[in-house]
Design a protein around this ligand. Sequence first.
Ligand code: IPE
Ligand code: IPE
Ligand code: MG
Length: 253
Amino acid sequence: MNAVDDKPVIDNGNPRHIAIIMDGNGRWAQKRLMPRIMGHHAGVKAVRKIVEFCAKENIEVLSLFAFSSENWRRPKDEVSLLMELFMSTLQAEVDKLDRNNIRLKIIGDKTAFNDKLQDKIRSAEAQTANNTGLTLLIAANYGGRWDIANAIRQIVAGIKAGTIDEQEISEDLVERYLQTAGLPEPDLFIRTGGEERVSNFLLWQLAYTEFYFTDALWPDFDHNALQQAIGSFKRRQRRFGHTGEQVVAGRVV
Ligand code: IPE
Ligand code: IPE
Ligand code: MG
């Protein structure tokens, strides 16, 4: 109990899965009169630090939105520079991730990427596949609606092929065909950059996630800022449809 107001002290512990929309790179650069791509470069540095922190804190899954299915709408130059940055970062970081026991997975529609990038993704995933520390999910050409549509497509194919019975369709079955199959749902969702929207990130998976928005631009988001977000998460009462009294009494399953 809290000595001041007798309210039960809530401590959810660390989130198992943190999902982040890393927004604000472009504005970070523009504020410094630099081209937007410099903001993306600075964003990669922030990613490195946040990944290190999550690995050290024994977070199980960190999902980062790197490129949305809608980001193709940006100027051609920015899109191709982003692709180059994605490729060079993968190349430069995979050995370090591997040494740190981090398992890397890229989620999204990878068929849109050029062959070289697709090969690099496959080999980076294979190299780290048996690691048992942090699972790092990078969402690239990802859209939450695409994820659900893609699951439906596979389930319908399974029904046609006779490997899935129509009667089996359930929330659990759908989950097994999503890009996040087998992973815990996000406990904490963070969006930097001041916008308060989901922008087609993990739509299905965010059903019961705690949301945290901050004005900090992504390149400025550091381990202190993350610690603050985690602190906010820890103090929230997660009810999952129960009453607060049920949660306090521990009758929640
Ligand atoms: C997020 O930063 C990174 C990507 C979408 C690739 P933005 O590029 O969206 O930055 P702002 O929102 O324009 O500041
Ligand atoms: C969302 O950011 C996607 C990523 C961070 C990769 P955007 O900057 O593209 O989102 P909107 O367009 O402002 O909603
Ligand atoms: Mg943005």
